[in-house]
Design a protein around this ligand. Structure first.
Ligand SMILES: Cc1cc2nc3c(=O)[nH]c(=O)nc-3n(C[C@H](O)[C@H](O)[C@H](O)COP(=O)(O)OP(=O)(O)OC[C@H]3O[C@@H](n4cnc5c(N)ncnc54)[C@H](O)[C@@H]3O)c2cc1C
Length: 381
């Protein structure tokens, strides 16, 4: 039986996230973007509503919700600011990795404070020489008695410098994915340092920095899972991460469409409101249709991940590719419908276009999403 109606509980959670986005995030989003402010207290207020560890088990402070619930929450939060919602999504991905693959000690040590976002987390996979080809990463973790010593550099790390926990993928074995392990590195570990906050097109309400590991020692007990399964852990995290990033595109694009609708009802040209021109009405119809298709498919992929379906990874890649492309296209159309005013920062539309653009690049580029989908097709034959 396929159902498309959210339950009463989902409607209530989504409304709570929408209200939080409208009251606590949206009023400050432009200022945070301009000043490059990472609004940590607002993140903690979101966590107080249960958004810091959405699909983490309740025994360690998580909300115990589903991926589908999370998709609805991230769409709603993103209507306030995609950059803020996206950082929360990365933090949630890390928390889930600890919950799913961590020992009982690791779960108890980290998850209660991750759930409240007293402790913020960063996901460290990308390196200067290994982006799309992440399995080529070079950061080393050498075993030394009861410790590992980590050396290397991670690039483009969201939240870096502000986070308290770094989930680091590093090489413990041979070249290739099976030589990679995952480590929980505390933010105050000696030898850990950070590059400058990158100057970037969007996502200014969260820092992006290089993470440098120079002889960083962590207890062997900080390894997440067995040696050699780190790449699998990293990819498992990304299945859900991709749904969340897609949901953030959806929320940002929905906000852009809503702004366009309001603007077009007021703006007049040739003696009419813009919303009276049929050519523009048709454009609005296409934008709304594209978002509804994107939303429906995102929910389908989230439900597949919840059900641990065998094709869940492929569906998550399809959703990430389709929804982030659709979200960017709709936001860009909304800018066009604002005319010259859309190009001014005051209207908030150009920020949405800038923020959503990177969703087509990170957590695996949309080309890499096609690679994952195509591989499953070709293998399936
Ligand atoms: C703002 C921001 C935040 C980020 N946050 C994080 C983070 O928190 N943690 C983290 O680990 N990483 C993070 N990243 C890194 C991001 O995941 C990578 O930038 C991304 O995976 C692409 O890697 P790359 O930049 O090295 O591009 P490259 O891998 O060099 O790719 C360049 C181009 O070639 C294409 N390409 C590469 N290989 C193929 C192929 N086989 N077939 C077809 N096309 C191909 C790519 O799609 C892309 O268009 C972030 C990036 C940005 C910009």
């Amino acid at each position: 039986m396929i159902g498309f109606d959210p339950t009463e509980e989902q409607v209530a959670i989504r409304q709570m996230a929408l209200d939080f986005a409208a009251n606590e995030i949206a009023p400050h989003a432009m200022e945070w973007d301009e000043a490059k402010t990472f609004p940590v207290e607002t993140l903690r207020a979101a966590a107080a509503l249960g958004f810091g560890a959405i699909y983490v088990a309740e025994d360690v402070g998580g909300s115990g919700l589903s991926r589908l619930d999370a998709a609805m929450i991230f769409e709603a939060l993103s209507t306030g600011c995609p950059a803020v919602a996206s950082y929360i999504s990365i933090h949630n991905m890390c928390a889930w990795m600890v919950d799913r693959f961590g020992s009982e000690e690791q779960r108890q040590a980290w998850l209660p404070s991750l759930a409240t976002m007293e402790c913020l987390a960063s996901y460290c996979l990308t390196e200067p020489g290994a982006g799309s080809d992440a399995a080529a990463l070079k950061t080393r973790a050498r075993r030394d008695g009861d410790e590992y010593v980590l050396d290397g550099q991670k690039q483009f790390i969201s939240g870096a410098g502000a986070s308290h926990l770094y989930v680091v993928m590093a090489r413990t074995g041979d070249d290739g994915p099976r030589g990679i392990s995952t480590f929980l590195v505390p933010g105050d570990a000696p030898g850990l340092s950070f590059g400058a906050n990158e100057r970037k097109m969007g996502w200014n309400a969260q820092p992006t920095r290089a993470v440098v590991l120079d002889g960083v020692r962590v207890p062997a007990a900080n390894r997440l899972g067995e040696e050699g399964v780190g790449f699998r852990i990293a990819m498992a995290g990304l299945d859900g991460g991709r749904l969340n990033i897609a949901a953030c595109s959806l929320g940002g694009a929905q906000a852009a469409l809503d702004k366009a609708l309001a603007y077009m009802a007021e703006r007049r040209a040739f003696g009419h409101a813009l919303s009276e021109f049929q050519a523009l009405q048709f454009r609005l119809a296409d934008m709304a249709t594209d978002l509804e298709v994107a939303r429906t498919f995102l929910w389908r992929a989230a439900a597949a991940l919840d059900a641990k379906a065998s094709d869940a990874t492929t569906l998550c890649a399809m959703a990430k590719r389709f929804v982030t492309d659709a979200g960017s296209a709709v936001a860009n159309q909304a800018l066009q419908l604002h005319g010259g005013y859309g190009y001014l920062s005051e209207y908030g539309i150009e920020k949405l276009v800038r923020d959503l653009r990177v969703h087509q690049i990170l957590e695996g580029t949309n080309e890499i999403m096609r690679l994952i989908i195509a591989r499953s097709l070709v293998r399936g034959r």
